[in-house]
Ligand binder design. Structure first.
Ligand code: NAP
Ligand code: FE
Length: 370
């Protein structure tokens, strides 16, 4: 055995976790810069709880609520400049993966006045400001990963940066904040969390510890499928989805993602398909493609989900994520080419050739859609 395991985040999980641990904010300074999207922070109730805690701790704050879905370099530059001008001591990210990923970039840019494209050098003169992350979706696990995935309009794709210093220092995971999510976003983000564990488990960088986490997350996903299908999403189910998502984040912090994420980015960039949904569309063909390299593990995934075949899982995903997207030959060629440039592709269980990706896309999006 030969592996490293490290999560640089203190995770505080449970209903009311901000209220019962609010003194933690004081450990990070006197000025907080809050990074969030248009609605999620307020709609979820998380912003209200944070503001109350900051006030009680005597911490001054400023709110940046202009993070876009799939944030761009331009977007995080604006946040970074404002955080620096404000003289922030620490960053509080509130929202789905988009605001949480943006908060990591803002944390680096606030302490390093660099061109945002240099985030990808992953070496920074000054340490990023500490980040406190509060998820309002149950999908990306970004509250517990070092990754920040940003849209690169210059490269027409999304690319991730991050190092051990961009793990959030603290994550507050309270499933009440996910209750205001729409049904569709709940399903999409659950699928993102599932694919993190799936790709991490089957991928080349999997480790004994990441496998344990992935297996547990996949099992929990299986238990939640019926609830997702029937839109029966009470607090207990939402808490399990948030827990599964956190485990998935721990998995990919060690394994990275693979083929699904590598291909999915183009569906988001060019077709505006939400990240998790894009991933979900690819699961069936991803599993079939990888069976020759990871058959035993795929059989175990099906066992954990209490399913008898890849198609049984694929049919359920089709019900959760109806898809009428079709792609032209040119689009499929372009997406396959872009995915080959993603580092994640090299971690896939089966060695990937560009034509394999074209074939996967053809099966999913050109056989009349599904
Ligand atoms: P998102 O893009 O953060 O949010 C999607 C939508 O849901 C937004 O309109 C958002 O509103 C809304 N929303 C979020 N929480 C809500 C709530 N509780 N109530 C009501 N509305 C809510 O979605 P996401 O799937 O969580 O994140 C996707 C991003 O994360 C992508 O950029 C993806 O590449 C990245 N990602 C990162 C990692 C990682 O390890 N760091 C892993 C996977 C994916 P607002 O606009 O108001 O916020
Ligand atoms: Fe993801």
């Amino acid at each position: 055995m030969n592996f490293k395991f490290m999560i640089g985040t203190k995770a505080l999980f449970g209903k009311g976790c901000i209220e019962s641990n609010k003194a933690i904010f004081k450990e990070f300074g006197k000025k907080a810069f809050i990074v969030t999207g248009k609605n999620s922070a307020k709609a979820s109730g998380a912003l209200g709880d944070v503001v109350e805690a900051l006030k009680e701790c005597g911490i001054e704050y400023s709110i940046y609520d202009r993070v876009l879905n799939n944030p761009t370099l331009e977007n995080v530059k604006e946040g970074g400049d404002l955080a620096r001008e404000f003289g922030a001591d620490f960053i509080v990210g509130i929202g789905g993966g988009s605001p949480l990923d943006a908060s990591k970039a803002v944390a680096v840019l606030a302490s390093n006045n660099i061109d945002p494209v240099d985030l990808y050098k992953n070496v920074f003169e000054n340490k990023p400001l500490p980040i406190i992350a509060i998820p309002t979706t149950a999908g990306t696990g970004s509250e517990i990963t070092p990754y920040s995935i940003l849209t690169r309009n210059d490269l027409k794709t999304k690319k991730s940066f991050g190092n051990e210093d961009t793990f959030p220092a603290v994550a507050f995971l309270d499933a009440r904040y996910t209750e205001s999510m729409s049904y569709q976003t709940t399903v999409d983000t659950a699928m993102d969390a599932f694919t993190h564990s799936l790709e991490g488990y089957l991928g080349r960088r999997s480790t004994p510890v990441s496998d344990i986490l992935a297996i547990e997350a996949i099992r929990i996903f299986g238990e939640c499928i019926e609830n997702l299908l029937n839109n029966r999403l009470d607090f207990e189910v939402r808490e399990r989805l948030l827990y599964m998502s956190m485990l998935g984040g721990m998995v990919i912090s060690h394994t990275g993602t693979t083929l699904i994420h590598g291909l999915g980015y183009s569906l988001t960039y060019f077709k505006d398909i939400p990240h998790g949904r894009a991933n979900g569309y690819l699961v069936r063909e991803y599993l079939k493609y990888n069976y020759e390299a990871a058959g035993e593990k795929i059989d175990n995934v099906l066992k954990l989900l209490k399913m008898s075949s890849i198609d049984e899982l694929g049919d359920i995903i089709d019900k959760l994520l109806p898809c009428d997207l079709t792609l032209s030959k040119e689009e499929m060629e372009m997406y396959a080419g872009l995915a080959m440039q993603q580092r994640s592709i090299t971690s896939n269980a089966r060695t990937v050739a560009e034509e394999d990706l074209r074939e996967i896309l053809r099966k999913v999006f050109n056989d009349g859609g599904k």
